[in-house]
Design a protein around this ligand. Structure first.
Ligand SMILES: [Zn+2]
Length: 85
């Protein structure tokens, strides 16, 4: 367990984000702390979904078309927004 954690630290965060294991809660936390407000474009209907730390915590569906927001897509987007560091 601890040995594995050491490995991850050596690899560094930059590379870590390319492996799917990003903690969503971490990202939500960063968005909230940084006071980021942005728009996520729904891949299904192209509608803009307003995103803040508060809305993120409960965001599950597009407000416009009701399609499920994929966590992996959202994570990709958030990583770019917060520059994950
Ligand atoms: Zn939509």
């Amino acid at each position: 367990m601890w040995k594995e954690a050491g490995e991850v630290r050596r690899i560094g965060r930059r590379q870590l984000v390319t492996q799917v294991h990003v903690n969503v809660n971490d990202l939500v936390d960063q968005v909230r702390k940084a006071g980021i407000a942005t728009d996520y474009t729904c891949p299904t209907c192209g509608g803009h979904i307003h995103i803040t730390g508060e809305t993120l915590a409960t965001l599950r569906n597009c407000q416009h078309c009701g399609s499920v927001v994929q966590t992996t897509d959202l994570v990709d987007f958030l990583i770019k927004v917060v520059g994950y560091q």
